[in-house]
Design a protein around this ligand. Structure first.
Ligand code: FES
Length: 56
């Protein structure tokens, strides 16, 4: 499922970034450019990130 339509970023991409050490939306932005266009994906990206951190 896509998290960020503008940058074609999926939930799986976000989880991979967390596995590589991302721990904040800023990290996701640096690694994947999440939220760099319209910004509407930031809340969804944060949720996916936090869920994956909690699972790991
Ligand atoms: Fe992510 Fe627009 S949906 S920047």
């Amino acid at each position: 499922m896509f998290v960020c339509i503008c940058e074609n970023i999926t939930c799986s991409d976000v989880r991979d970034a967390v596995d590589q050490g991302a721990r904040s939306v800023r990290d996701l932005n640096k690694e994947l450019a999440v939220g760099s266009q319209c910004g509407k994906c930031v809340c969804a990206a944060r949720k996916v990130m936090q869920e994956h951190i909690a699972e790991s």
